[in-house]
Design a protein around this ligand. Structure first.
Ligand code: NAD
Length: 475
């Protein structure tokens, strides 16, 4: 409670023009907060503030900007437990996952604080002689950031940190399901000393109206979106009207490949992380398992034993797996699993069901699944591990690549050289080789095909918020 004035514009916390909306804990279905519901006028006022703050922030010395980012990280770590509890409260994920997310989210501030001060630019002579070329990079301007509910802290900091490091000011719309964590991070940024207007936060239920106000506004020069491919497509169309700079982190359908010579125990450890971290609600979540027939029985039995041991329930009960975010998400996974069962799949293993009233889906391992099944073709965003067995490498690769998505993939192989050669042929932006985790602030996170455009993290994550300018100088 106490979120009646939770729209942050120009350093001032204020009420939203549309009243309040409820934030519900998906594990208990209790309303945990009522948050200001921002409208179009608030969205525009946020741009006014970000635009007014831009010139000063862009002119602030990189070292001074970096110090503020580093300070924000320290404050996040100071309040890590409080932030983890807040994430668990509004998102439902386990406290282990929530605590891990806080550290990961804070790390973006450290990484981009370090990147902010690295010189970037170029100086050269033209091939014909007589001129010198000086290349510089400038902050793109006011950036609109739109984030999903599945990592309420990290998806925001992965955008805010590089934007501020580059000298941009931002307007952020967190997902309506999980606005509390982003608001807490914004409070910490103010405490760290980030100037008024540099970070503006506009929580609200009417996402299309808020974001359209930003894509319509010529002062907003960039939109960085993380969410579903459908909404990403829509925002690309809107951004096209003003040829806006865009970064799109969209949906995935990660394959998890196990070869005949893989270390099966290591593959099972990797699968538990790639599939069950965040209850399967990650864009990088392994969505389909392609396991070589020689090791399929052993892999399935060992994975099954681990799944049976998972504790499903509210974070407050020390669970491993929380609920899905909504009744709609639950209905969707129930439908695709039902479809698989009708066409010959079977539930080989499952956890003990939760007893709480939330949107819980009991984790399962599905066998007898075919590549045509919807549970394999579409992102299930749930703790479902469908296992497809294979013997022919080319046929397996065809199945792996026959999707419009190309975000993450995982491959476990005994022979690392052969495994890398195989991994190179997987159409994905990020591939975990003998690892079940690819997220790392120092690495370029992003997808190919309809999983997105652009990268977050690494050096390139900062470049997404800059424009290039060059000077041709008579010499
Ligand atoms: P979503 O697309 O429904 O929503 C994401 C954000 O967009 C939210 O803030 C939402 O309020 C807003 N939004 C929704 N409709 C909008 C519209 N018409 N106009 C403007 N804004 C709108 O996605 P979600 O359900 O919150 O998140 C799950 C999806 O996000 C999955 O597909 C997942 O794979 C993807 N995801 C991708 C990454 C990545 O880095 N590639 C990371 C996390 C999640």
């Amino acid at each position: 409670m106490g979120y009646e004035e939770s729209v942050l514009i120009g350093g001032r916390w204020q009420a939203g023009s549309r009243g309040l909306f409820d934030v519900v804990n998906p594990a208990t279905l209790e309303v945990v907060a009522q948050v200001s519901d921002a409208g179009v006028d608030d969205a525009i006022a946020a741009v006014d503030a970000a635009h007014a703050a831009f010139r000063g922030w862009a002119a602030t010395a990189p070292r001074a900007r970096a110090d503020l980012l580093m300070k924000t990280r320290e404050l996040m770590l100071r309040d890590a437990e409080e932030l983890a509890q807040l994430i668990a409260l509004e998102n439902g994920k386990s406290l282990t996952d929530a605590r891990g997310e806080v550290v990961y989210a804070a790390e973006f501030f450290r990484w981009f604080a370090e990147e902010a001060v690295r010189p970037h630019g170029d100086f050269g002579s033209s091939p014909a002689g007589g001129t010198r070329t000086i290349v510089t990079h400038h902050p793109v301007g006011v950036a609109a950031l739109v984030t999903p509910w599945n990592f309420p802290a990290a998806m925001a900091t992965r955008k805010i940190a590089p934007a501020l490091a580059a000298g941009c000011t931002v307007v952020l719309k967190p997902a309506a399901e999980t606005p509390l964590t982003a608001l807490a991070v914004a409070r910490l940024m103010a405490e760290a000393g980030v100037p008024d207007g540099v970070v503006n936060v506009v929580p609200g239920e009417d996402a299309p109206a808020i974001v359209a106000a930003w894509t319509d506004d010529p002062r907003v020069r960039k939109i960085s979106f993380t969410g579903s491919t459908d909404v990403g497509r829509q925002l690309l169309r809107q951004a096209a009207n003003r040829v806006m700079n865009t970064s799109m982190e969209l949906g995935g359908n990660a394959p998890f490949i196990v070869t005949a010579d893989a270390d099966v125990d290591a593959a099972v450890d990797g699968a538990m992380i790639a599939k069950f971290r965040n209850g399967g609600q990650a864009c990088t979540a392994a969505n389909r398992f392609y396991v070589h027939a020689d090791v399929a029985a052993e892999f399935t039995a060992k994975l099954g034993a681990r799944v049976e041991a998972l504790k499903v329930g509210p974070a407050s009960e020390g669970s491993d797996i929380g609920p899905l975010i909504s009744a709609k998400a639950l209905a969707n996974v129930q439908r695709v699993v039902e479809g698989a069962l009708v066409t010959g799949a079977r539930i080989a293993f499952q956890s003990q069901p939760a007893t709480a009233p939330g949107h819980f889906f009991t984790p399962i391992v599905l066998t007898g699944v075919t590549s045509e099944s919807e549970v394999v073709r579409e992102e299930s965003f749930a703790p479902v591990a469908p296992i497809v067995t294979w013997t022919d490498t080319e046929d397996m690769l065809d199945q792996v690549n026959s999707t419009e998505y190309g975000l993450a993939a995982y491959l476990f192989a005994g022979d690392l050289g052969a495994g890398l050669k195989l991994a190179e042929r997987v159409e994905a932006g990020m591939i975990g080789v003998n690892r079940g985790l690819v997220s790392d602030p120092s690495a370029p996170f992003g997808g190919v095909k309809q999983s997105g455009i652009g990268r977050e993290g690494a050096r390139v994550g900062l470049e997404e918020y800059t424009e290039t300018q060059y000077f041709s100088v008579a010499w």
